[in-house]
Design a protein around this ligand. Structure first.
Ligand code: ZN
Length: 305
């Protein structure tokens, strides 16, 4: 394979947070914990378990503390809590169960205002402060740059803007920079170019990628990102997900679809495809609807002996 493909990559399971945050009907805390346990059983070793945001803005995440209190005790699993500001970071750190703070910086002022009530520069400052708080308390911090490939309100986003944000956040001591296609407008050529530029700029810090499949380009973008040197991929079991503040946002790439693609291409993910598919079906029962992931609805290949 031409490119920077490695023999194994890391996956981050984001279904308990990104996957569920946009669901209208309340998901029971016990079901969230069952989802987390199932993901860990399927091999997940890094998982975004919740977000510490204003429960009036994102009611589905109002049980963040309750979820954290009941997380399985696993030294080999990194639990990520998403936070937008110092108040959220304080809450996450107070649970004593969050290993890593995930901050979010947004590329444009309009989306930053809708998503977190601040300017784009303000979101970079906030991400830096969150990362410093994580470090000061012996945890790690990373940030995701939302709308790296396009903004729901302002359209195209300059690559230089993303690069400058990545550098500013890396300087604060982030352990990783994530590039997110929050609204699913990225194409593989754009992804390959921007991942390569950011990777070179922040090396040796790793680049994580986060794609939504809004327009069907999610898996192609994952493949392009890995070829350009990204080493970690966010995904959501069942392809659940969406941003409450981005009009038309659809699901994340489905974990089981990414795993199917990569494992068949010879790239190890550490995840068990059959267990993920079973979890898709279980989660569909919880949500009472068919989930958008694809491989969970097809016959096994090769057929089981
Ligand atoms: Zn997302």
């Amino acid at each position: 394979m031409t490119g920077l493909y490695t023999s194994s990559i890391e996956m981050v399971e984001v279904s308990p947070r990104d996957g569920l945050q946009n669901e209208k009907r309340e998901i029971a805390t016990a079901d969230k914990l069952a989802l987390i346990s199932r993901a860990i059983s399927a091999g997940t070793r890094r998982i975004e378990v919740t977000s510490f945001v204003n429960p009036r803005a994102v009611p589905q995440m109002a049980d963040a503390e309750a979820v954290c209190a009941a997380l399985p005790s696993r030294d080999d699993v990194t639990y990520i809590g998403l936070v937008m500001n110092q108040r959220g970071a304080d809450r996450a750190l107070a649970t004593r169960r969050i290993d890593q703070l995930g901050a979010v910086a947004v590329t444009t002022d309009t989306f930053a205002m809708a998503n977190q009530g601040q300017s784009s520069d303000g979101s970079v400052d906030a991400a830096r402060a969150i990362i410093e708080m994580a470090r000061a308390s012996g945890r790690t911090g990373q940030a995701t740059i939302a709308a790296s490939f396009g903004c729901p309100f302002e359209g195209e986003v300059a690559e230089d803007r993303v690069l400058a944000m990545a550098l500013a956040i890396a300087e604060a001591g982030a352990v990783e920079i994530g590039l997110a296609d929050t609204i699913g407008v990225a194409n593989p050529a754009h992804v390959a170019r921007l991942v390569a530029r950011v990777r070179e700029a922040i090396a040796p810090l790793p680049v994580r990628v986060h794609f939504h499949n809004t327009r069907g380009t999610g898996l192609a973008n994952v493949w392009a990102a890995l070829g350009a040197g990204a080493v970690t991929v966010d995904a959501s079991i069942g392809g659940l997900g969406g941003c409450p503040f981005a009009p038309g946002a659809a699901g994340n790439v489905a974990t089981e679809d990414v795993v199917n693609m990569l494992e068949r291409a010879g790239i190890a993910t550490g995840l068990n495809l059959a267990a993920l598919i079973e979890t898709n079906h279980w989660l569909a029962g919880v949500m009472d609807r068919r989930l958008p992931g694809m491989v969970a609805h097809t016959p096994a290949f090769p057929a089981a002996a």
